[in-house]
Design a binder for this molecule. Structure first.
Ligand SMILES: [Zn+2]
Ligand SMILES: [Zn+2]
Length: 269
């Protein structure tokens, strides 16, 4: 069983539980570490992002609780940094970099708000061409990861959320593989994101099978993360995720280091 989670949302962004509730839940499940990764401020009105003041308050609370809980669990301050956000001037333990909005010709196009909005976006801005959309999305992600000191790549193929991307299409696969090759030049740790399974939207995690194989081929690493928004779902699909990674040839290192600060956690390589 995985004993940590590094993709966790609290009420500071769009999670349903407080950081304290999440820490208690993690302890009750035998975790040795928990990383908080609320959504960064993205310089615009948004229902899911933190405000600049919220970022500061969240950071301070994680640090205070880390001290309070230090004998029971290691609590880390991370952030899910959006492609359009600036790195906050705070001393985070790790950055989880994700793209939730495609930026094209200066316009931000949300990916994961709703299926209807996604379809409208593809038709209006990409002439219905999913591969063209994938090119721009992955270009945004690579640029984001290269620009920031990324520790973990968040939900690598979020654009498949509504199962509308032709994942068997060779042109799409080539675009995705190319993105993996570019990304590992800057960050070699991806998450196996089980969050959409928790919400009943998918039956498989991000990234897709062929991407996991490609990550293995280029020497990348994967950690299992639940993109937790409800404490009850903190470890959803973790056992299945372990079997999934093992089936793809990955081996678990129970004492791996994410970076200089987050050490001794489970990462597969
Ligand atoms: Zn996300
Ligand atoms: Zn998230």
């Amino acid at each position: 069983m995985q004993k940590s989670n590094f993709h966790t949302h609290s009420t500071y962004s769009d999670g349903k539980n407080t950081i304290r509730e999440l820490a208690e839940e993690a302890i009750s499940r035998g975790f040795t570490a928990l990383g908080m990764s609320d959504h960064s401020y993205a310089a615009k009105e948004s229902v899911y992002c933190m405000s600049p003041e919220g970022e500061q308050a969240e950071y301070e609370e994680v640090r205070a609780l880390a001290e309070e809980y230090k004998d029971r669990i290691r609590l880390y301050a991370g952030i899910e940094l959006d492609g359009e956000s600036h790195v906050p001037h705070r001393d985070y333990d790790y950055l989880l970099c994700s793209v939730h909005e495609i930026v094209r010709k200066g316009i931000s196009l949300p990916i994961d708000h709703s299926e209807e909005a996604f379809v409208n976006m593809v038709n209006t801005h990409f002439h219905g061409d999913m591969v063209e959309l994938a090119k721009v999305y992955f270009f945004n992600l690579v640029e984001h990861v290269a620009r920031n000191k990324t520790d973990i790549i968040g939900h690598f193929d979020l654009i498949t959320k509504y199962s509308l991307i032709p994942e068997e299409n060779e042109a799409y696969r080539a675009v995705a593989r190319e993105a993996i090759h570019e990304i590992v030049k800057h960050c070699n740790t991806f998450e196996l994101n089980t969050g959409a399974i928790a919400r009943g939207l998918r039956v498989v995690p991000y990234p897709a099978d062929f991407m996991v194989d490609e990550i293995k081929k280029v020497g990348g690493r994967i950690l299992i993360a639940s993109d937790c928004h409800y404490k009850e779902k903190l470890t959803v699909w973790f056992d299945e995720g372990e079997a999934f990674l093992a089936a793809h040839g990955f081996v678990k290192n129970e004492h791996a280091d994410l970076n200089d600060r987050v050490k001794d956690i489970e990462i597969w390589s």
